[in-house]
Design a binder for this molecule. Structure first.
Ligand code: CA
Length: 325
């Protein structure tokens, strides 16, 4: 029996070694990606060109494995993410681009300050877009295998963007995770939401302000944005408030009148607005941190990025722009 067991484990061990050996080299994996892409009707010549100099990015793997989960408080996050200099820049850029922003805001039904707030939070107003080759970053992450199906889908979407000629290959760069341009769209988001606002035939979210603003606005509009209302507001709770009422789940939304009856007040202690709106109560940290009542627009921001910290930073910057502009 002892012998049988050891033979069994010996076999398992041998199989594990075989499985490790079976992982292809990155180069071989890229060949298989090209092969799959060919079935999607990209030409040989295009694929040859698109994968020229494809590089394995060790750093992308490292970054993917070490994504910081927020251990800081929301207050600290907002200070880091939306420092005063960023608010100042946001207001300046809002004023610089005001006619274009207002035109696009009207066209899509999105208040311009939210376009600028997303622009600032995603790429520091276009200044930090990432320098990784998109094809290399996505090939690397697909090869790593933890989320292979997701990154392959993004890679094939990226190839489509390149093939459609929206951007030249040498400028086809972004974050290590494949987020691109001033709006930091993933390739599939680009295909769904990016806009060619100036009608030059290219959806240029890397360097054309009109395309960048319109693409951001289009994303929000398509995900249900309502420009007649804002995102929500910071509130305070009465003592002994039932904290189980908090949460982003839509089943927990209540009218402002109902929240008012429950004792929720604006942060300055005054009554909630007397308007017919549904709102969710959220506590991104806990009951000791910032507490917000948020409207449907905040739920739209959650579709852009599921982090309530991110949504809070965008909302916070949009409010500061409103005060400053
Ligand atoms: Ca364009």
């Amino acid at each position: 029996m002892v012998k049988l067991v050891s033979i069994f484990f010996g076999c398992v061990f041998a199989l594990q070694i075989a499985a490790q050996d079976a992982k292809p080299s990155f180069e071989a994996y890229v060949e298989s990606l090209k092969h799959e892409a060919k079935a999607l009707e990209f030409s040989d010549a295009f694929l040859q060109q698109a994968f020229t100099d494809v590089t394995f990015y060790k750093r992308a793997i490292k970054a993917d494995k070490n994504q910081p989960e927020f251990k800081i408080t929301l207050d600290k996050y907002l200070k880091t993410r939306v420092p005063d200099w960023k608010v100042k820049q946001a207001v300046e850029l809002y004023n610089t681009h005001q006619p274009l922003l207002e035109e696009i805001g009207k066209t899509y039904g999105v208040q311009p300050r939210f376009i600028v707030a997303l622009w600032g939070n995603e790429s520091n107003f276009g200044k930090i877009q990432g320098n990784y080759s998109i094809v290399s970053a996505l090939s690397t992450l697909a090869y790593e295998g933890r989320r292979e199906a997701f990154f392959k889908k993004q890679l094939f979407a990226a190839l489509q963007i390149l093939n459609e000629g929206h951007i030249s290959q040498d400028k086809f760069v972004g974050s290590w995770a494949g987020a691109m341009g001033q709006s930091q769209f993933m390739p599939t988001s680009f295909l769904t939401y990016a806009e060619d606002y100036d009608k030059d035939g290219k959806k240029d979210i890397w360097s054309n302000p009109a395309d960048v603003f319109a693409s951001i606005a289009n994303y929000l509009a398509r995900e249900g944005w309502n420009d007649q209302i804002t995102w929500g507001r910071q509130v305070r709770l009465p003592e002994n408030f039932d904290l189980s009422l908090a949460g982003l789940n839509k089943s927990k939304m209540q009218s402002l009148a109902a929240w008012q009856t429950l004792g929720v007040r604006r942060f300055d202690g005054s009554d909630l607005p007397n308007v017919d709106l549904q709102a969710s109560l959220i506590m991104p940290d806990d009951e000791h941190g910032r507490i917000y009542l948020v409207y449907s627009n905040f739920h739209t921001l959650m579709r852009w990025n599921r982090s309530t910290y991110f949504g809070s930073a965008v909302s916070y910057l949009a409010d500061r722009i409103k005060k400053g502009a």
